[in-house]
Design a protein around this ligand. Sequence first.
Ligand SMILES: *[C@@H]1O[C@H](CO)[C@@H](O)[C@H](O)[C@H]1NC(C)=O
Ligand SMILES: *[C@@H]1O[C@H](CO)[C@@H](O)[C@H](O)[C@H]1NC(C)=O
Length: 169
Amino acid sequence: MPIFYPTAAFLIMVVLCIQPTSLSAVKVKYSRDPVTKTEGLSLSLKCTVEYKTQDCNIETNWWYENSSARFLLFDPNTYLITVNETETDEDRLRNIFLTFNSLKLQDSGSYQCDATCLNSGTQAKGHLVRLTVTADLNKGLKDSTWNSQSKADPAALALSALILLLWCY
Ligand SMILES: *[C@@H]1O[C@H](CO)[C@@H](O)[C@H](O)[C@H]1NC(C)=O
Ligand SMILES: *[C@@H]1O[C@H](CO)[C@@H](O)[C@H](O)[C@H]1NC(C)=O
């Protein structure tokens, strides 16, 4: 019996010592601020993942979430995701940019970036970034009034010139 307790204590210490280092093998960092932007504009969301090269074969992802759905963003026809990396002494920093060339109203929702070390299974998740895409109130105006006016003017001018010409002769 007396032998059992030191063994248990030793095991607990080993577990406590291993846990923090494996948890800190990968970290996800990015801005927490909600983003509000008008439709049609471009936007780039950046996520930075810090990890240790030797114990992490990294996989990183951006996710989309709203009240009715959650899915991985991977379709290259819809989402432009670019990655670059730098290396310091023991750590690597990977930036994952999610770029919208032209925001749509339905891009509104929450975005989250996460990272997994495939060899150890250690995972780190970022928080949700709220994106609100607002309607471009000038859009309708620009498309209808402005275009029809610029087309109508030369036509009206040509017509009055023709009437003038017919009237003279
Ligand atoms: C959530 O996102 C999906 C996919 O973009 C969309 O079809 C659905 O309408 C959205 N739901 C709400 C409540 O915004
Ligand atoms: C990664 O790319 C972004 C945008 O293209 C750039 O601003 C940044 O400096 C790059 N970072 C590294 C570490 O190359």
